[in-house]
Design a binder for this molecule. Structure first.
Ligand SMILES: Nc1ncnc2c1ncn2[C@@H]1O[C@H](COP(=O)(O)OP(=O)(O)OP(=O)(O)O)[C@@H](O)[C@H]1O
Ligand SMILES: [Mg+2]
Length: 263
């Protein structure tokens, strides 16, 4: 069967990311630990790219560099052609742990970014909009302890979306959810991405999740991470887990990750 290309999504919002010759190392017990090695990758405006790779290979480090949370050591990191010099609300990260402030309501947690930028007074409506996007409008006045895990993660998403990001950086955002909530949230992530048109960089350990969500999946090697392969997912959304094209790509990805024989 010939795989069909997916239809284009709106891309005006999406940021173009270019990574060239990126290398990064940490100092660990007096030894130099190379983590990224001559990495080249680009994300086109509106594109969703997933990264798969062994634990500890450097995926979160890469995301932190793109978010501007980690100082650049070597290579080029460009957002729409301009060097990334630090954090910016156009590039926000959602981590595995929602890290909500327990003493603040859902609304106040989502408002944080606007508050920090002195925009909250004029733009309160954006908080309500962000909560509506993740379907939590009715829980605006709840406290984090009153939410389920999936709801808390949706609040974390709303907290990112309130900034109107042009690149959404997702580091195992569904990693702590039970499998049913996870499947529902995968659908949510696709819906939001298609609605909002931002670009996306997603790290996940779940091969199937990467193939369901991303236009392209990059498979990383062990540390120091380099790109072993790039899998193009030639399917429109929503995708189906048992689609033979996805099943074949899954087989390839697992083999590249050294898990081919056992699965
Ligand atoms: N601040 C730091 N100082 C020293 N070493 C670090 C630091 N941050 C990360 N490392 C090391 O860099 C390597 C890559 O870490 P990173 O968190 O990027 O991996 P990862 O691919 O995200 O792993 P996982 O899939 O388990 O989340 C690891 O060996 C880790 O010990
Ligand atoms: Mg990580």
């Amino acid at each position: 069967m010939v795989a069909t290309a997916r239809s284009p999504i709106p891309t005006e919002r999406g940021l173009r990311l270019d990574i060239r010759g990126l290398a990064h190392a940490f100092e660990l017990k007096g030894e130099r630990l190379p983590v990224l090695q001559r990495l080249d990758l680009s994300v086109a405006p509106g594109e969703m790219v997933a990264l798969l790779g062994p634990s500890g290979c450097g995926k979160s480090t890469l995301l932190r560099l793109v978010a501007g949370l980690e100082p650049l050591q070597h290579g080029e990191l460009l957002a729409d052609g301009a060097p990334i010099a630090g954090p910016d609300p156009s590039r926000v990260v959602v981590f595995q742990d929602p890290t909500l402030y327990p003493w603040r309501t859902v609304w106040d947690n989502v408002a944080l970014g606007l508050q920090a930028r002195g925009l909250l007074r004029q733009q309160r409506g954006r908080v309500d909009e962000a909560l509506a996007k993740v379907g939590l409008g009715e829980f605006a006045q709840a406290y984090p302890r009153q939410l389920s895990g999936g709801m808390a993660q949706r609040v974390a998403l709303a907290r990112a979306l309130v900034n109107d990001p042009r690149l959404l950086i997702l580091d195992e955002p569904l990693g702590k959810l039970d499998s049913l909530t996870r499947i529902a949230m995968q659908g949510e992530l696709i819906r939001l991405w298609q609605q909002q048109g931002y670009s996306g960089l997603l790290v996940t350990h779940d091969v199937e999740e990467a193939l369901l969500l991303a236009d392209r999946v990059l498979v990383f090697s062990d540390r120091p991470a380099r790109v072993l392969a790039e899998l193009q997912v030639a399917r429109d959304y929503p995708r189906h887990r048992d689609d033979p094209h996805l099943v074949e790509l899954r087989r390839q990805a697992l083999e590249l990750l050294g898990l081919g024989k056992d699965w």
